[in-house]
Design a protein around this ligand. Sequence first.
Ligand SMILES: [Zn+2]
Length: 65
Amino acid sequence: MTESKRVVLDCRKHPNSKCSVTIAGTEAEVLEIGEYHAASKHGYAKGPELRKELQSFLKEESLVR
Ligand SMILES: [Zn+2]
């Protein structure tokens, strides 16, 4: 358990999004939940392309405060 730093995915940062959801956790957790959220709430197709896009929106939690 070396990698426990948390990252934040802020849905408001996405240009096409009007939702205010923020997801925080480890990168793997955030990508998993973010993928589900983007697919179920925003109509994106799940897959590596979506994860890559989500990854570009991740911010380290310590930098968000
Ligand atoms: Zn959203």
